[in-house]
Design a protein around this ligand. Structure first.
Ligand SMILES: C[S@@+](CC[C@H](N)C(=O)[O-])C[C@H]1O[C@@H](n2cnc3c(N)ncnc32)[C@H](O)[C@@H]1O
Length: 378
């Protein structure tokens, strides 16, 4: 068990439903994602594909439509698994597909796959390295691994919303009523997001999943974990440049990947606000931002559990440090964080206070980043 499955099973939910009424549009969106990751339909057609943690399978339906010769899906949550099977059945997608209602850790399989995908999961796991070792063992030599990452900077505004959510529902024990409160508070925030396909109640349920407190897995952490075995291949959004001449490219993955790792720390602040891109920043400043955002996660978690380690003043002090760090990057972020500081000092925070946050309301970080890697150890 992990935080996702504990939470989903306890509340009998799979809060990753998407509006796919316009399936052709859904396919176009996913094609855009795969293209940024260096994957075309031809990379799936006639290939063996494994997907781990597909939830109700809304995205998996698109992958299936690219006609893999075999598509294996591994999903442990009983509600998600049932929805996955129903979604495939509704679309008449029943050939060359296998469903396994189990954890990846318990999944036994002798074969390896051309493409292995795992979306929206690894960043929330406590045992990432064990999980990734198993995942990697299922990728064929020359195959592609697609994962997602999310870190304390890309999740900063989500953690801030979790802090507000904890305050709003602290006297409400009923899960459905908690979600209703959060939908009221955050709907005006979510309405500002262009291209949002998720249900607001699902988004709010996910905000309450404790997996959010593990989201400290950065793009650089993932590249570092795979640096000896895989060549970094693509990212969505694509946060890197690569001006190297192909004839001068290093042939071993460790040296090849170092080029991307060198760029990362000067770009980290670009994960804070999905609506803007900023010029490069000093690595020291960004490392400090990352450490402060990590501390904030610990403080928000501790305040929620009432474990007495931290007080509200600690959260406020960290928020002020984060606002100061970002002042030169974008002074409007500084203003928005101070807007939140002002309302959290109130004795009784209301849904109205949160829904009316004027400058913070439209601010969302980049959330998860997709990464693709090519396995080349020979
Ligand atoms: C946040 S959801 C993402 C669902 C889907 N991939 C998406 O992006 O919409 C994470 C999914 O991973 C599944 N999951 C959690 N732990 C897992 C594990 N150890 N092995 C396989 N799947 C797991 C959960 O049940 C859930 O369906």
């Amino acid at each position: 068990m992990n935080e996702y499955v504990n939470f989903y099973e306890k509340n009998k939910i799979s809060p990753v439903r998407q509006n796919i009424d316009d399936f052709a549009l859904h396919v176009k969106r996913r094609e855009g994602l795969y293209r940024q990751l260096g994957l075309l339909r031809a990379n799936f057609e006639g290939k063996k594909v494994l997907e781990v943690g597909p939830g109700g399978g809304y995205n998996a339906l698109v992958t299936y439509s690219f006609k893999p010769s075999k598509y294996v899906l591994v999903e442990p949550n009983s509600t998600g698994f049932q929805e996955l099977k129903n979604n495939f059945a509704t679309h008449g997608f029943n050939e060359n597909v296998e469903f396994h209602n189990t954890f990846l850790e318990d999944f036994t399989c002798k074969e390896s796959f051309d493409v292995v995908m795992c979306e929206g999961l690894i960043q929330g796991l406590p045992n990432r390295e064990v999980f990734l070792t198993k995942l990697s063992s299922l990728v064929k030599e020359g195959g592609v691994l697609v994962i997602t990452v999310a870190d304390e900077i890309s999740m900063f505004f989500e953690i801030l919303r979790r802090y507000l959510a904890n305050e709003l529902i602290k006297d409400e024990k009923d899960f459905k009523k908690q979600i209703a409160i959060l939908v009221e508070a955050f709907s005006p925030h979510l309405e500002t997001l262009k291209g949002m396909t998720r249900r607001y109640d699902d988004w709010c349920a996910d905000l309450l999943c404790d997996a959010i407190y593990n989201h400290t897995f950065s793009v650089a952490d993932a590249i570092t974990l795979f640096q000896n075995e895989y060549f970094f291949y693509g990212a969505s959004p694509n946060v890197f440049h690569d001006f190297r001449w192909y004839k001068a490219l290093p042939h071993n993955p460790l040296e090849y990947n170092a080029y991307y790792l060198e760029q990362f720390n000067t770009q980290r602040h670009n994960f804070i606000n999905s609506a803007q891109t900023y010029d490069k920043c000093s690595a020291e400043k960004n490392v400090a931002l990352s450490l402060t955002c990590k501390e904030l996660i610990e403080v928000v978690k501790s305040l929620e559990k009432h474990d007495g380690t931290y007080a509200k003043e600690d959260a406020i002090a960290l928020l002020k440090r984060i606002a100061d760090n970002l002042l030169e990057v974008d002074s409007s972020l500084h203003v928005s964080i101070h807007e939140v500081i002002e309302i959290v000092q109130k004795e009784n925070l209301t849904t109205h206070d949160v829904s009316q946050l004027c400058t913070m309301k439209p601010l969302f970080g980049r959330g998860q980043t997709f990464l693709s890697f090519c396995k080349e150890t020979l």
